[in-house]
Design a protein around this ligand. Structure first.
Ligand code: FAD
Length: 861
């Protein structure tokens, strides 16, 4: 074993071997993988070996598609077979709601380049005759599904990595990790210490323990999982003989079951409701190639449904039940990337579907390590997406919830209950008393809407407009007509201070920094000129002679943004960044009467001239020290008021009392989002993501290319010079009783005209490797794009995709935002566009100017 390496990968499961292979392929050959026992000594050896491309997050789906394409490549390089069976598979819907879900998935698939097809239960039965098709109402066919040999596949990655120069050390446990002042890691193993520049945690079942070696509690938990294998079945043999084909894979939502052919019999696995964590606090180091005791009672309810739906299987004898542990993060997606607060400590763990996702995880992580950027939009699996609130017990509750609903539908208005409430503001009880329906906003309880007095504060979950529709409409109308108050504690808040703070922010942000007492809105770009943030920044008065800026941003991106800020901070400690999290909370008041209301609570003049639109001031509100921004996301006259939590009740009470004479109402997050729609305002992670350039995102007025050299300026200048290929636009949709949710295809009647690229980007230009192993360089947004170009229906063609939308209650229109080719972005013609909602194409029209207050007069008065 060598004593130095550029990178040490800990763990020889399928994920560690994939990371090793991709690093070697990127040109890092001074790398080693250290495995405690033999390869596949965690979950990998007893996996059912199934793979598929579908995922709730389209970007993760794309990386799954890459994984499946990769198997041929590693077989060729290694000479080791993965025993690939590309059978295709179906998802079976037993209710109209589940069929709606499949229609949505199919619609998304249109621009992801997926070849899915909606089929009848009888068509599904023809490919899997063991089912009773009368239990189902419909199905979706996906040709890119199948199964493989988990052990062979892991060894294929490992052999391919070795051939490219990587070293693999077996039977040697990593026992400790320490870091020297210069950043070098000491990887202490049973057989000596290796000095490494980078360490990657691919510890699978032990990822949590490896995290603890560096003081990090990763939100990952192992669950027991069972699948059964039947004795050989004559029906299976007969089918194979008569059709010359293998039986397909089947996923049954109702039973939370997956099943497929295994040799001459059937494999059937369940995600049972009565699920069970394995080693919930710490994983024993001596756990080896062992299986857990099967517990058939636990899976009996699923089996009962399974045998009813697939009577052919019930008759077969059970040969074996496999019970093994594997790991999950809270939402079932992996934890990948650099851990915030540490240097060169990387994660690739909580990969619950290693044979669907392992390749994509390896590719993204190796890009990140070698080139400083994953090269894809990997937010859906970024280790930074969970906060400190994801403790051991929180993780336990959420992972159990996620496991037991693995194949359940999540409705767009559905809030999941496990581990809640976690964080609450001082107003939590008051909001409940006000009949608020609460939602989870990055671990914080946040009012979504207020149910009418006397009715139960609860969402009726649905793909269609629901019981919140009317109350939200009332909140919006009252706010726009008079004044409303809402909690905004769920924004991210930071303070940047120190000499040179302004230069630092000018280097990171695209807009000029404000003068003292003023506010700017500004995107942030990465080196490739892609959007990685969108902030409100105010310059506060100096403290102790030092420059001071307040920053507000997306709550969910707090760790993601802190990681970026820390990476770019000067090493001399001259600039400090403080993340407030819940030590600063807020309230927003909005509407034409909001100034009159606020004036009653403050002792300074806040008239239009004295406190202008986009002003920032520290002032006492209702006697409490606060910071006030003259700005609101509703696009109306309004204010954001920020205070320490100890003052929040005082300020809220003062607002409520003073607001009585103006007809003040409470409004929730959903009303706020409805109001932003009618102003064409974008949201972070929906409209604005790292796959888009700033001009594509229609953020032109916040990009000051001439101000100074900021990160991403060159690429942004190029985008502007060449003209963006896509544009973010707003639509008014002729919807019925359902509005868009996001990710729906946008159709245009373009005839034979070609409007240039209409591809949804996934990659954004970091050097990386395509599915064929070819190195791809450049900064073209369409790299790694999905082929929506090919979807044609007569004169109609899919030209774009929806990012978000809903009902805009004040203007009484269903609205959507999304991306279309730039050449179409200002074409407001009726009859040109259609947006597919729940499988039905609805007429839509681009609306260049916001329907509410297009001149922006109201917010400026
Ligand atoms: C019953 C069952 C069925 C499944 N079915 C499927 C399926 O159909 N499809 C699918 O895609 N996935 C399936 N999975 C999940 C799949 O097995 C996992 O996604 C995958 O194995 C995760 O791989 P990994 O490399 O992250 O972790 P692991 O396989 O757990 O590997 C981690 C490795 O790290 C090593 N290690 C840990 N700590 C140290 C240390 N300190 N020093 C050195 N080495 C260390 C361990 O020995 C181990 O070899 C199934 C899992 C189970 C249990």
């Amino acid at each position: 074993m060598k004593s130095h390496a550029k990178a040490v990968v800990i763990g020889g499961g399928v994920v560690g071997c994939s990371v090793l292979y991709h690093l070697a392929k990127s040109g890092w050959t001074d790398i080693m993988l250290i495995e405690r026992s033999e390869l596949t000594s965690g979950s990998s050896w007893h996996a059912a070996g199934g793979f598929h491309t579908l995922n709730g997050d389209p970007n993760v789906a794309k990386l799954q598609a890459y994984t499946v394409q990769l198997y041929k490549e590693i077989e060729e390089i290694s000479g080791q077979s993965c025993s690939l069976h590309l059978t295709g598979g179906v998802m079976m819907a037993d209710t109209p709601e589940r069929m709606d879900f499949l229609r949505l998935a199919h619609a998304k698939g249109r621009y992801l380049g997926m070849d899915t097809e909606l089929i009848t239960p009888s068509e599904a039965k023809a490919m899997f005759p063991l089912m009773d098709e009368t239990n189902f109402v419909g199905a979706m066919w996906d040709p890119v599904e199948g199964h493989l040999d988990p052990s062979g596949t892991t060894h294929a990655y490992a052999k391919a990595a070795r051939k490219l120069g990587a070293e693999i050390v077996l039977r040697n446990r990593v026992v400790e990790l320490t870091q020297e002042v210069d950043g070098t890691w000491n990887v202490v193993t049973e057989r000596g210490t290796v000095k490494a520049e980078h360490v990657v945690n691919c510890g699978g079942l032990w990822a949590r323990e490896i995290g603890r070696m560096v003081g990090v509690e990763l939100p990952v938990l192992a669950m027991e999982h069972m699948y059964l294998l039947t004795e050989p079945m004559p029906e299976v043999e007969e089918f194979n003989k008569s059709t010359g084909r293998e039986m397909i894979g089947v996923l049954d939502f109702k039973g939370e079951i997956y099943t497929r052919q295994e040799r001459n019999g059937i494999l059937l696995g369940t995600y049972e409701k009565a699920c069970k964590p394995w080693s919930p606090v710490s994983t024993p180091w001596d756990f080896g190639h062992e299986l857990l005791q099967p517990d058939i009672d636990r899976i009996a309810p699923s089996l009962e449904i399974g045998f009813k739906h697939f009577p052919g299987i019930e008759k077969a004898g059970i040969k074996q039940i496999i019970n093994g542990p594997f790991t999950f993060a809270l939402d079932g997606n992996p934890l990948v990337g650099p851990v915030q607060g540490l240097t060169n400590f990387w994660c690739a763990c909580a990969v619950m579907a290693g044979f669907s996702q392992g390749g994509g995880v390896g590719l993204a992580l190796s890009n990140w390590m070698v080139h400083g950027d994953p090269g894809f939009d990997v937010w859906g699996m970024d280790v930074a997406r969970f906060g400190e609130w994801a403790t051991l017990r929180y993780t336990n509750a959420k992972v159990r919830e996620n496991y037991s609903r693995r194949f359940s539908i999540r409705f767009p208005n559905e809030e999941l209950p496990a581990a809640r409430p976690a964080q609450t503001t001082p107003l939590y009880d008051t909001m409940l008393a006000n009949n608020a329906v609460m939602g989870d906003s990055w671990g914080l309880e946040t009012p979504l809407w207020f149910a009418p007095r006397g009715s139960e504060p609860k969402d009726v979950v649905s793909f269609h407009r629901s019981n919140d529709f009317r109350p939200i409409g009332e909140e919006v109308r009252a706010t726009r007509a008079r004044v409303g108050v809402t909690e905004i504690a769920n924004f991210a808040k930071y303070e940047v201070s120190g000499p040179g703070a302004e230069d630092f922010l000018n280097r990171l942000m695209t807009n000029r920094m404000p003068k003292t007492g003023r506010i700017v809105l500004t995107p942030m770009l990465n080196e490739f000129g892609r959007l990685i943030g969108d902030f409100t920044i105010a310059k506060a008065g100096p403290r102790g002679g030092e420059e001071r800026f307040m920053i507000w941003g997306s709550s969910a991106a707090q760790k993601y943004h802190m990681r970026w800020f820390e990476k770019h901070l000067p090493k001399d400690g001259s600039i400090r960044i403080h993340r407030f999290d819940q030590t600063l909370v807020g309230l927003s008041i909005a509407g034409p009467k909001s100034r009159d209301l606020l004036q009653k609570l403050v002792d300074v003049d806040i008239s239009t001239k004295a406190f202008r639109f986009m002003d920032f001031r520290e002032m006492a509100v209702g006697g409490a020290p606060c910071m006030v921004n003259r700005i609101t996301y509703t696009g109306d006259l309004g204010y954001e008021i920020w205070m320490a939590p100890a003052y929040q009740r005082l300020v809220y009470k003062a607002i409520k009392e003073a607001g009585e004479e103006f007809g003040l109402v409470d409004f929730g997050m959903r009303a706020l989002l409805s109001m932003r729609l009618e102003k064409n305002f974008p949201t972070w992670f929906r409209e604005l993501r790292p796959i888009y350039g700033p001009f594509e995102g229609s953020m032109d007025r916040f990009i000051k290319l001439e101000k100074n050299d900021f990160i991403g300026r060159e690429a942004a200048a190029k985008e502007q010079a060449e003209g963006p290929k896509l544009r973010r636009v707003s639509f008014i949709v002729d919807a019925a009783d359902a509005d868009v949710m996001g990710d729906e295809p946008i159709w245009a009647k373009v005839g034979g005209k070609d409007y240039g690229t209409v591809e949804k980007p996934h990659g954004y230009g970091a050097p990386r490797f395509d599915a064929g192993g070819k190195e791809v360089r450049g900064s073209n947004a369409a790299e790694g794009a999905s082929a929506v170009r090919g979807i044609v229906d007569g004169n109609w063609r899919v030209v774009g995709w929806v990012t978000s939308g809903g009902y805009a209650h004040y203007v009484e229109k269903s609205m959507a935002q999304g991306y279309v080719p730039a050449a179409l972005a200002e074409n407001e013609s009726a009859g040109l566009f259609e947006i597919e909602i729940l499988g039905h194409r609805r007429p839509a029209r681009i609306n260049v100017e916001p329907p509410f207050d297009p001149s922006g007069e109201k917010m400026r008065t």
